[in-house]
Ligand binder design. Structure first.
Ligand SMILES: [Zn+2]
Length: 122
């Protein structure tokens, strides 16, 4: 993002594995069975990749690209940092999930999500 618009006021910091943005974000909705009450609840993971304008995604969706995403569009495989909006089950309010995630995106498609494993990258 050397030139062009500062998209929605976002700032971009990059390292080889992760892409961090400050500013607007998107949401990845992931269905999860609560280990406490067994009900199916939707967890919402905030992430910044592609166009960032509170877009709602689910696993299997294609990323919507913005004007400044040429580099990201060329990536075969990337893990994007994601933060859970609310780690509590919507029904029983027990905390059911970790709060930080790696979202796996391959060729612009959201493949899956896992709890963040590498905490050495800051
Ligand atoms: Zn529950």
């Amino acid at each position: 993002m050397m030139k062009g618009q500062q998209h929605h006021g976002a700032q971009v910091l990059k390292c080889p594995t992760y892409t961090f943005f400050m500013g607007a974000f998107n949401i990845l909705n992931v269905e999860k069975n609560c280990p406490n009450c067994g009900k199916n609840t939707t967890t919402r993971i905030q992430f910044k990749f592609g166009e960032t304008w509170q877009l709602e995604y689910k696993i299997g969706d294609k990323i919507i690209w913005g004007l400044n995403n040429k580099v990201e569009q060329g990536l075969d495989k990337v893990y994007v940092y994601g933060v859970l909006e609310n780690a509590k089950c919507a029904y029983c309010e027990v905390s059911i999930a970790k709060t930080t995630y790696d979202i796996l995106i391959m060729k612009g498609v959201i493949i899956g999500v896992r709890p963040m494993q590498d905490v050495t990258i800051l």
